[in-house]
Design a protein around this ligand. Sequence first.
Ligand code: FAD
Length: 295
Amino acid sequence: MKITEILERREYSVSFEVFPPKKDGNFDGVVRATEQIAELKPAYMSVTYGAGGGTGEYTMRIADQTEKKYGFPVLAHLTCVSSTKESLGEAIAELRRRGIGNILALRGDLTPELERTDRSLWAYSHATELIAELRSADPGLCIGGACYPETHPESPDQKEDIKHLKEKADAGCDFFTTQMFFDNSLFYNFMYKIREAGITVPVVPGIMPITNGNQVERAVKLSGSFMPQRFKSLVDAFGSDPEAMTQAGIAYATDQIIDLFANGIRHVHVYSMNKPAVAAGITGALSSIIGKKVK
Ligand code: FAD
């Protein structure tokens, strides 16, 4: 089933995300965490692609295995940064061979190593080129892309960023998932602006439950997200106590999700980061709201 069909049919649902191990990492441990999250019956799950493309094989294996075992769709991430035409063609062929029909098409994070390489040698500079390539390889694919309510950190301003987002939609992107944010008003504002710019595809807000103080620093540095005072106070109070921070982080994320649902947003993606307890906490807190009414 296509993710866009789920977004159309379900009334209030959440999806979860896992990331694959690094090459020499713990594959079985990630599979166990993925299965525990899958048992919670999310609307779909997504599997990230390692920065620089290092874990592509694991992404596809986890996506393929989970979809076959649990029957709900899995969204496999795919990045194009540093890919050659040939390596990307092989990745697309492998996704098709495995029957993966939902792909989140990204440029990819720029690792320090990638930053040092000569960009003029890259076959792809932006996600739009990957989206166009996927669309021409298979018109039936469901293709997602990333968007940034607080503007992508490399973008000179929001207007420019939204202009390029429109190009992604026009290249054949069926839906977008947002970068994390901790203040819903930034998301509502962004939605208004992209609709004004003529972007009509569904947008799924991405919510990150913060479970420890160090994670906040990393997450905020990567995404440039604004931290509202209410959120900062919570991290100051509980950030050094992992159990207390997990509870407080789940409560804050749940509060954000309920506000989104109450304001007409029906689907939320949760950056569950291979943590079944976090996924279970969110699912439990929303149990009388999500999963109802399939049209
Ligand atoms: P793009 O859409 O290419 O945008 C990158 C920048 O280029 C933006 O500033 C944009 O405005 C600008 N731009 C776009 N087109 C043009 C153009 N034609 N000319 C000039 N500028 C242009 N990273 C991973 O490595 N693996 C993952 O699995 C992964 N999953 C993610 C999931 C989500 C939901 C999100 C929000 C991010 C994810 N990322 C992942 C991080 C992502 O790869 C980075 O944020 C990356 O820096 C940008 O990726 P993009 O696809 O948005 O790039």
